[in-house]
Design a protein around this ligand. Structure first.
Ligand SMILES: Nc1ncnc2c1ncn2[C@@H]1O[C@H](COP(=O)(O)OP(=O)(O)OP(=O)(O)O)[C@@H](O)[C@H]1O
Ligand SMILES: CCCC(=O)O
Length: 358
């Protein structure tokens, strides 16, 4: 019988931390720990939440009768590190330093590797991160922005995008390295990636004003008007950054970041809500079209995933515009917890060597 590895996976998000225990690929426990805004807002920086989140995780594992000494590894969602190739990375001192200072910015997932390391260290077992948001496999041609001072960056839902692309390839009877797939992750942020034979060769920076607008982000904007706003004297840099990320998109137009609320508004006859929600689907479809051009029209499938993919109407609006390109596959929600476990397992089983962050 093959060896059973028990893995703890940790996925910190802006308002929650998801944790799960897997025996090989089999989930044994999975839970979402919600963090009320009053608790989270007490902390100035993401790293300041470290003790609080770690303690909640340990208490929950204890309450669920999980014996930590039986763990083989701890795998966390990795954060805003310097750009790296996709894969499983060993948590090292260099990585911890960059996660702590937020070398590329503040993101809840910066805590994934830090907490995984702390728990693993006590147990003398390895800690890993898998496909962090900074996975960068872009072709050089995609890096050119049009302004030499600004280079395009690859920041996206790499963990879920790669997991669902692998799943779609498998369902087509092929390996991820054999297919071209466009993935649109429709969450609080939206990223649309062109996956070319196992590499994401172009994708919108979902954190910083590229691509479609999303429930709480603006996506790409007309830059001339934005520049005028920045210098109007009415806003600080911080105000503008919040307008782009956090207070943009659906929040700015409709006062909510909850797709289900928007659906309710539309059902109640709110025409503005309908127009804005349709515009979000329209922009996603347009971005998918761009990715089809990146892939020279050779597209095996288009995958729609993330929380908003639960909304059949929204999905239909996109599908109507893009199904001429390739078959559309819908995987609502995300595969992040199993993707973390699988990343750890590939290394523990010796199928892949853990990469080292430089
Ligand atoms: N049935 C539904 N209909 C419409 N919207 C939905 C539905 N279910 C979830 N959503 C929306 O999906 C969004 C959240 O998606 P998801 O959980 O993938 O995002 P997240 O994890 O918070 O952020 P991100 O994916 O950017 O990391 C929210 O706007 C939520 O309201
Ligand atoms: C862009 C990566 C994940 C997020 O939406 O915060």
């Amino acid at each position: 019988m093959s060896e059973i590895f028990r893995i703890l996976t940790i996925n910190p998000g802006s308002t929650s931390t998801k944790i799960a225990i897997f025996d090989n690929e089999k989930p044994v426990m999975e839970t979402t720990l919600r963090h009320p805004a009053e608790e989270i807002n007490k902390y100035e920086k993401i790293f300041d939440q470290y003790e609080f989140r770690k303690n909640v995780i340990l208490e929950t594992l204890n309450e669920n009768g999980i014996n930590l000494t039986k763990l083989s590894a701890v795998v966390g969602r990795g954060g805003l590190l310097k750009p790296i190739q996709g894969g499983t990375y060993k948590v090292t001192d260099k990585m911890l330093e960059d996660l702590k200072v937020g070398v590329l910015g503040e993101h809840a997932s910066n805590l994934g590797g830090i907490i995984a390391n702390e728990i693993a260290k006590q147990l003398n077992i390895p800690a890993f991160i898998v496909d962090p948001v900074v996975v960068d496999e872009m072709d050089d041609v995609a890096r050119i922005s049009g302004m030499p001072e600004i280079e395009r960056k690859s920041i996206f839902h790499a963990l879920n995008q790669k997991a669902v692309a692998r799943r779609a390839a498998k369902e087509m009877g092929k390996s991820y390295q054999e297919v071209n797939i466009i993935v649109a992750h429709l969450g609080g942020g939206i990223s649309v990636g062109a996956h070319h034979m196992g590499r994401v060769i172009d994708v919108n920076n979902a954190l910083d004003g590229e691509g479609p607008f999303s429930p709480e982000r603006t996506g790409g904007l007309p830059v001339g008007d934005l520049a005028k706003m920045c210098f109007s004297g009415k806003y600080t840099l911080d105000d503008i950054k919040k307008k782009i990320k956090g207070k943009g998109g659906l929040v700015a137009y409709l006062g909510t970041n909850d797709g289900r609320e928007v659906v309710k508004m539309i059902e109640e006859g709110n025409k503005e809500a309908e127009l804005v929600y349709q515009a979000m689907a329209y922009q996603v479809a347009k971005e998918i079209g761009s990715c089809a051009a990146v892939l020279k029209g050779k597209v095996d499938a288009i995958v729609l995933t993330g929380g908003i993919a639960y909304d059949k109407t929204f999905v239909k609006w996109i599908q109507n515009r893009v199904e001429f390109i390739a078959p559309v596959i819908i995987y609502p929600g995300e595969d992040e917890m199993i993707a973390l476990a699988e990343g750890g397992l590939r290394v523990l089983r010796g199928e892949e060597e853990a990469k080292i962050y430089e």
